[in-house]
Ligand binder design. Structure first.
Ligand SMILES: Cc1cc2nc3c(=O)[nH]c(=O)nc-3n(C[C@H](O)[C@H](O)[C@H](O)COP(=O)(O)OP(=O)(O)OC[C@H]3O[C@@H](n4cnc5c(N)ncnc54)[C@H](O)[C@@H]3O)c2cc1C
Length: 386
């Protein structure tokens, strides 16, 4: 436990306690979400309220340089960084180009800097959503739409080529199911191109979808047949409510598992599958779930792997599940944390997802609160000389 919060001062711990207490209230989070969305739509400045609270806890800073303190702090505890330019919700071509430039800068900044483990990007940050949706649905594109799609493919290809050139592997995040087939297509093209000896391009598989364990297995076979390594980040999935709502609205079957137990079962089965296929697979477990993290440790032990086997990584998000990150790192495992950064307004969709994930309904905040409270007790006992 000692190393779990060593990087936080008591003032920072108090802020975290207050924050998780606040976001634990589902009603408050619901209200905050509506207010933030209004403020964004009406261009009302809200940085003054967000910056010292939720932004400061979950984001590194507004720029790469501004995130330096976090990168250094993590590295001092053996945890590496995944710089994540988190601007979302852009649709115009000039905005997509600007996001592309910022992501390229973030990938370039990892060059020769061992504190960084991976780069990362969201395809929807550099693509018009409507185009991703059409390609995913297999619809035919008009000539301007085809040009827009080619621009997306070029942006993805350039980011992946840059990552491969400097040797920093890159994650392609998973998104909504109606955009994911286009993302899979792009990720698979790049894996085939760059993952010859080493896994440099990682696609992401969300196990809250009932069809993704099958996809993971099919992709492994494709990689084996195609002579490339499959890089995969395994997550449970961040868009559950949105997915369910859309399915209900359209009267189509939900792509989401029937319950949490089914998601957990497939997540753990996916970990097992990857460990069994490390001859052609490299994996990163992107999770705050303690049981899944411990399970992966025990699977590595059973398979006779070194704790720091370069094909197996653990990753968490900045400001969440620090005990998992820091204890795994202290035990010698490969651990990295997403450090999201970007202009405050543009990170609001990311911050809303984090707040929602931490409501008492989702259960994460009580886990965080319990851990922070026991750290306070531990510090108090040391102070009292016990
Ligand atoms: C490093 C990292 C990278 C990530 N990258 C992505 C990404 O690219 N794309 C993405 O979508 N998400 C991503 N996430 C977020 C992730 O998908 C989860 O939302 C989050 O990590 C919570 O899941 P958990 O494994 O930590 O564990 P838990 O807290 O045990 O699980 C919570 C998750 O279980 C699922 N769940 C909850 N209730 C139910 C239910 N009733 N029925 C079915 N399933 C349920 C949901 O996915 C929920 O988020 C990432 C997370 C991390 C740590």
């Amino acid at each position: 436990m000692e190393q779990a919060y060593a990087h936080l001062s008591s003032a920072e711990l108090r802020r975290a306690l207050w924050l998780f207490h606040t976001v634990g209230n589902a009603r408050l989070v619901g209200l905050g979400k509506v207010l933030m969305q209004w403020a964004m739509a009406l261009h009302i400045p809200i940085g003054w309220a967000i910056r010292p609270t939720i932004y400061r806890h979950f984001c590194g800073g507004e720029t790469i340089e501004g995130s330096e303190t976090q990168v250094a702090k993590l590295h001092a505890s053996g945890v590496r960084t995944i710089l994540d330019y988190s601007a979302e919700g852009k649709e115009m071509e000039d905005e997509l180009d600007a996001t592309f430039d910022a992501i390229r800068d973030s990938i370039k900044s990892t060059n020769q800097d061992p504190r960084h483990a991976f780069g990362v990007f969201k395809v929807s940050g550099i693509a018009p959503t409507a185009i991703l949706e059409m390609v995913s649905a297999g619809k035919s594109l008009t000539s301007p739409q085809e040009e827009a799609w080619q621009r997306v493919r070029n942006r993805v290809a350039t980011l992946c080529a840059e990552s491969a050139r400097i040797g920093t592997p890159v994650f392609i995040d998973a998104e909504e199911s109606w955009l994911q087939p286009a993302i899979d297509q792009l990720a698979e093209e790049q894996m085939q191109r760059h993952n010859q000896g080493q896994a440099l391009i990682f696609n992401t598989v969300q196990l809250y979808r009932h069809d993704r364990l099958a996809y993971l297995k099919a992709l492994t076979e494709k990689a084996q047949a195609g002579g490339f390594r499959m890089g995969v980040k395994l997550v449970r999935g961040a868009y559950m409510e949105k997915e369910r709502l859309r399915a209900t609205k359209l009267g189509i079957p939900s792509p989401i598992q029937p319950d949490k137990a089914a998601t957990d079962r497939d997540y753990d089965a996916a970990l097992d599958w990857c460990v069994q296929h490390l001859d052609s697979v490299s994996l990163c477990a992107g999770s705050h779930n303690e049981a899944s993290s411990l399970l992966l440790c025990s699977k590595m032990r059973d398979a006779g792997l070194a704790v720091n086997d370069e094909r197996v990584w653990f990753a968490q998000l900045l400001g969440m599940s620090d005990p998992i990150s820091f204890n795994l790192a202290a035990a010698g495992y490969n651990v990295a944390k997403y450090v999201p950064y970007g202009p405050i307004r543009d990170t609001i969709p990311y911050l809303i997802r984090r707040a929602e994930e931490n409501t008492s309904v989702a259960g994460q905040s009580s886990r965080e609160l319990e851990l922070i409270r026991s750290e306070f007790k531990r510090r108090a006992a040391i102070k009292a000389g016990r």
